[in-house]
Write a protein that binds this ligand. Structure first.
Ligand SMILES: [Zn+2]
Length: 327
């Protein structure tokens, strides 16, 4: 069946919900309530993450303005501060867990008892690896293949621990720090996993399930005036990506995007790296390349591409390519 385009879901990513934790990964309970109130007042439809993934897999229609709420790291303040708000709205949400933290009883994180309790309410519990290691960086300079299989074992162990204690086994993995590689995602897809990053973008039937985008909504991204546009963003119908391994081999990398050009004009596609305009070159009717004008900085960065919708004025198609520069 031909994938459907034009339907839009957005996944929001939160960490801490507290005024006392590091601002860069936190949102205050008041501001979190403000986000949720905005979603309700503006008729967004909040669904479970596994329901959205299932619809993408089965090519079933996705309601426009679908939202998924996710939290990484299972912080105790999510239980204390976000849970009561989400209960009030009667909305589902997903918590990505590092089982080792709950096994060790770290006080900043939810206990297994708390996790099982939120699961009985409306929470989905999912995999954030056993102990939150970097999946791509190889600290001990082990042979790359050995490191890859060690990380895959870590992910599988986390999944079986989740299943054993909570009964939940969705094979949904949020990459720690949003870092992944092509070698890793290929193995994960073979094993039936879907993977979530921290690069921005809307989700639809063309979304690659190995690298599902989420909009960070904490810290500097918590500002609702800016977040509104992201909540309403639309997914490009991307048919193929070339040179899209997050771990760059050349600097700057040139990304090739083959896309269905519908409901936007090719000339209106703009891409940025930080605040700098990236060069967009259309090489055919449905294919363009993006290159940063400058070498990428060390560590993580991304190309963000947007185009205004013709049929939905004020809304934007949105795609982001994450990069990891370890050169
Ligand atoms: Zn994390």
């Amino acid at each position: 069946m031909t994938p459907l385009s034009g339907f839009a879901a957005v996944i929001l990513q939160y960490h801490h919900v507290s005024s006392e934790t590091p601002p860069v990964t936190s949102i205050s309970p008041e501001q979190f309530l403000q986000h949720m109130t905005y979603l309700k007042d503006n008729h967004f439809k909040v669904v479970r993450l596994e329901v959205l993934v299932d619809k993408i897999r089965k090519k079933q229609p996705i309601d426009d303005k679908t939202i998924v709420i996710t939290f990484d790291d299972a912080y105790n303040n999510v239980y204390q501060n976000a849970r009561p708000i989400l209960k009030k709205f009667d909305w589902p949400y997903t918590v990505f867990i590092n089982p080792k933290y709950s096994d060790k009883g770290y006080s900043r994180h939810m206990t297994w008892k708390q996790l099982n309790q939120i699961a009985k309410e409306k929470a989905t519990l999912a995999n954030h690896t056993l102990s939150h290691d970097y999946l791509v960086r190889n600290p001990s300079n082990r042979p790359p293949k050995r490191w890859l299989y060690q990380m895959l074992d870590d992910i599988e162990l986390a999944e079986s621990r989740l299943k054993a204690i909570t009964g939940q086994n969705h094979k949904m993995l949020a990459y720690p720090y949003g870092e992944f590689s092509l070698a890793l995602t290929r193995q994960l897809m073979k094993r039936g996993y879907v993977g979530f990053g921290q690069h921005s973008g809307a989700v639809g039937h063309y979304t690659n399930l190995a690298r599902i985008p989420r909009f960070p909504a904490s810290g500097i991204y918590a500002n609702l005036d800016k977040l509104k546009l992201k909540m309403e963003s639309l997914p490009f119908a991307i048919k193929a990506l070339g040179n899209a391994d997050m771990v760059i081999k050349q600097n700057p990398p040139t990304l090739t995007i083959a896309v269905k050009v519908e409901d936007f004009l090719a000339k209106n596609v703009q891409c940025f790296i930080g605040s700098a305009r990236a060069k967009v070159s259309w090489t055919s009717e449905d294919r363009f390349t993006v290159t940063s004008p400058n070498p990428l900085p060390k560590e993580r960065s991304r190309y963000n591409c947007t185009a205004p919708s013709i049929s939905k004025p004020g809304r934007f198609y949105w795609f982001s390519q994450p990069w990891l520069n370890l050169l």
